[in-house]
Design a protein around this ligand. Sequence first.
Ligand SMILES: NC(=O)c1ccc[n+]([C@@H]2O[C@H](COP(=O)([O-])OP(=O)(O)OC[C@H]3O[C@@H](n4cnc5c(N)ncnc54)[C@H](OP(=O)(O)O)[C@@H]3O)[C@@H](O)[C@H]2O)c1
Length: 242
Amino acid sequence: MSNAPNRVAVVTGANRGIGLEVARELARAGLTVVLTCRDEVKGTEAQKQLASEGVKVDVHSLDITNSGSIRDLALYLRKQYGRLDVLVNNAGIMLDKFENGEPVMSILDCDLSNVRKTMETNVYGALSMIKELLPLMKENHYGRIVNVSSGLGQMSEMGAGYAGYRLSKAALNALTCMVADEVTSENIIVNACCPGWVRTDMGGKHASRSVEEGADTIVWLCQAADGSPSGKLFRDREEQPW
Ligand SMILES: NC(=O)c1ccc[n+]([C@@H]2O[C@H](COP(=O)([O-])OP(=O)(O)OC[C@H]3O[C@@H](n4cnc5c(N)ncnc54)[C@H](OP(=O)(O)O)[C@@H]3O)[C@@H](O)[C@H]2O)c1
């Protein structure tokens, strides 16, 4: 019998795309996975799909832009499991304008209301999740937080186009560093990850990577050993410049 604790993981936006694959792989790795999504029906469908593959996950509804919904999840985790070990801030949106299939290039032409909405989900949603759930991690002196970012948010590769999305992922990267710095002494490791260009509803069917390839580094970071790097950006299991 192993004395290792049964690790509990929460994945946001896990009813489809990269989040669903991360949930599948973490469950296969033996973690207890709480697959969260904002539409309960979609969550139950995803749960059934995984069950048909022999993969068992728990499901809970969650809208990361709704503080009441996040609090409900925190209460549920405390009551049901009494712990949280892994948080994957995967849920994300991209609302930037496209014309003739190409992103509108000038930041000066961006739709500010879309930029605000994108920040609300991709940045403040992730921040709210961390604020609400970090106390549960601190109680066990263990935590792994993975913020699913993008190469489009890297300052070293910053350019025109995708204004709201780029701003949001750059801010998510900054958030990663800030949180990591505050919890270094708590055995809580916080990193950002770029999954690459992945065939999902967001990435489109012409993207170069499968969801398995996109999920790989995220799942690897979720299981980082104590003392692993924190406050970094990874792609393909390798540290990247911000
Ligand atoms: N695909 C790529 O090429 C690519 C590249 C770089 C980074 N990423 C990042 O990878 C992550 C996952 O992307 P994906 O390609 O899997 O996208 P996706 O297929 O569009 O899935 C996005 C997920 O986020 C959920 N979501 C959106 N807003 C939410 C909210 N307020 N509360 C809870 N869930 C919400 C969606 O739920 P609904 O089904 O309810 O809408 C869906 O489950 C995102 O952070 C994205 O920015 C993707």
